[in-house]
Design a protein around this ligand. Structure first.
Ligand code: UDP
Length: 330
C-alpha cells in the first residue's frame, strides 16, 4: 500500500511519516515547505515539493505514484493568526481541501485520513467532549477545519471518498530518540515556548489569562504525545481499508492540565525556574478543552503509550536541548 502524506514535512506529519516507514509502508510526501522542514522527512519517503491548492502539482504527483490512500496534514493551525487573517485559513485549509478532493476523485483515490481539531467544538457545554457534541468554533482556524469536515462528508456521499476526521486536542512531545521534533517559526504553542524559556533562548513567557472558570483560572487543555497521535493515523488508515466506512474520532488523553500546571511540570522536568507572568487573555481561546477519547480506543484500538504529561514534556525537552535551533542545527 502506498500512502501519500500531505504536509509530511510538518510537525505531526513528519512523525507520522517516520512511524509509517517503521511499519514498513511505502510513503510519498507532498509538502510546500512553507512551515515544514525537508530535513524532518524520513529519507525512505519519496518527496514532492508543491502546494495542495495547485491542482496541476497534485495531478503530476498522483500520475507518477499509485496512491492507495491520503493522510492530509497540510494546513495552517495557529489560532491567534487565524483571528488576524481568517482568509489565509479558509484559502489554505478549506479551499485546499476542495482541490485535493477533486484530484483524489480524478485519480480514483478513495481513502483520506485528515487532521481536524478540538477547535471545531468551540467553547464546550460540558467536558469531556464527545464526537457527537455540537461543533461551534470560536475562531476561524476551527471554522476552516469544520468546513473541511462538512465538505468531505458530501464528497463521500457523491464520490464515495471515505474519510476519517481525527480531531486533535493539544499535541506535544518529540520522537523519543531525539531525531525529529517541533520547530515552528514563530513558535506560538505553550510547551515549546516554555522550553525555550527554560533553555534561556527566550526571556520567560506570558500565561494568557488567569480569570477563566477553571481550577486555577488559566486555560485547561488535554495533551497527547505526537508519536501516539501519529500511530492513530496508521490505525485510522487501517480502519478505512477494513471497514470502508467514514468516521470522526477525538484524540486526547481525557485528562486536562491548566497552563500553570504545565508550567510547573516543565519546571520539574527541566530543573529550571522558567520565569512567567500572567498576561491578558488571547482572543479565540476556549476556556477548557478535554477529550472523551474512548471512541478511538474502542473502534480504532488506539492505545496511547505516553500517559504522563511529564514524560511528554521530557521528550520535547530532549529534542529542544539537542536542537535549540530546530532543523537549522547541524
Ligand atoms: N498559551 C500561553 N502562553 C503562550 C502560548 C500559549 O498562555 O505563550 C496558552 C494558550 O492561551 C492556551 C494554551 O496555552 O490556553 C495552549 O495554547 P497553544 O497555542 O499551545 O495551543 P491551542 O490550545 O491554541 O491549540
Amino acid at each position: 500500500m502506498t500512502i501519500a502524506v500531505l504536509g509530511g514535512a510538518g510537525y505531526i506529519g513528519s512523525h507520522t511519516v517516520a512511524q509509517l516507514v517503521k511499519a514498513g509502508q511505502d510513503v510519498v510526501v507532498l509538502d510546500n515547505l512553507i512551515t515544514g522542514h525537508k530535513r524532518a522527512v524520513d529519507p525512505k519517503a519519496r518527496f514532492y515539493q508543491g502546494d495542495i491548492r495547485d491542482y496541476h502539482f497534485l495531478s503530476q504527483a498522483f500520475s507518477k505514484e499509485k496512491i492507495d490512500g491520503v493522510i492530509h496534514f497540510a494546513a495552517f493551525s495557529i489560532v491567534p493568526e487565524s483571528m488576524k487573517d481568517p482568509l489565509k485559513y479558509f484559502d489554505n485549509n478549506t479551499s485546499g481541501m476542495i482541490t485535493l478532493l477533486e484530484a483524489m476523485n480524478q485519480f480514483g483515490i478513495k481513502k483520506i485520513v485528515f487532521s481536524s481539531t478540538a477547535a471545531t467544538y468551540g467553547e464546550p457545554k460540558h467536558v469531556p467532549i464527545h464526537e457527537d457534541d455540537p461543533q461551534v468554533p470560536t475562531n476561524p482556524y476551527g471554522e476552516s477545519k469544520l468546513a473541511m469536515e462538512k465538505i468531505i462528508k458530501w464528497a463521500d456521499v457523491a464520490y464515495g471518498i471515505k474519510f476519517v476526521a481525527l480531531r486533535y486536542f493539544n499535541v506535544a512531545g518529540a520522537m523519543p530518540d531525539g531525531s525529529i521534533g517541533e520547530d515552528h517559526h514563530p513558535e506560538t504553542h505553550l510547551i515549546p515556548i516554555i522550553l525555550q524559556a527554560a533553555a534561556g533562548t527566550r526571556d520567560g513567557l506570558q500565561i494568557f489569562g488567569d480569570d477563566y472558570p477553571t481550577k486555577d483560572g488559566t486555560n485547561v487543555r488535554d495533551y497527547v504525545h505526537v508519536v501516539d497521535l501519529a500511530d492513530a493515523h496508521i490505525l485510522a488508515m487501517k480502519y478505512l481499508s477494513e471497514s470502508n466506512d467514514s468516521n470522526a474520532f477525538n484524540l486526547g488523553s481525557a485528562t486536562g492540565f491548566s497552563n500553570l500546571e504545565i508550567l510547573n511540570a516543565a519546571r520539574k522536568v527541566t530543573g529550571q525556574p522558567i520565569p512567567a507572568k500572567i498576561g491578558p487573555r488571547r482572543p479565540g481561546d476556549p476556556s477548557t478543552l478535554i477529550a472523551a477519547s474512548d471512541k478511538a480506543r474502542t473502534i480504532l484500538g488506539w492505545k496511547p503509550k505516553f500517559d504522563d504529561v511529564e514524560q511528554v514534556i521530557a521528550t520535547a525537552w530532549n529534542w529542544h536541548q539537542n536542537h535549540p535551533e530546530g532543523f537549522r542545527d547541524k
